[in-house]
Design a protein. Structure first.
Length: 92
């Protein structure tokens, strides 16, 4: 999702800058979660191109750790933000 997928052209759009990634995809998703009080959301942290089944799907690199600004925003807004998220490994 860092650049986005254009299904009609079957291409993945590259991202233009470090800050744009968060504002282009992550923040709108978090805004949607808040606006509609979405109770479940899953983010797949993955290098899709390294998996043969998904190599040509166009998902690209979605690991948070590949971008320091995204990683910092994730830490600040998802892990330690105002809205509590149940994380993998969290006790119910």
């Amino acid at each position: 999702p860092f650049g986005g997928i254009q299904l009609d052209l079957n291409i993945t759009q590259p991202y233009e800058g470090m800050g744009e990634i968060w504002n282009r995809w992550f923040q709108p998703v978090l805004d949607l979660v808040d606006e509609y009080d979405i109770g479940m959301w899953s983010y797949i942290n993955c290098a899709w191109q390294d998996q043969p089944m998904w190599n040509y799907a166009g998902f690209g690199e979605t690991r948070l750790s590949t971008n320091s600004e995204v990683m910092q925003n994730w830490y600040d807004k998802v892990l330690h933000g105002d809205r509590p998220f149940l994380l993998a490994g969290s006790l119910l």
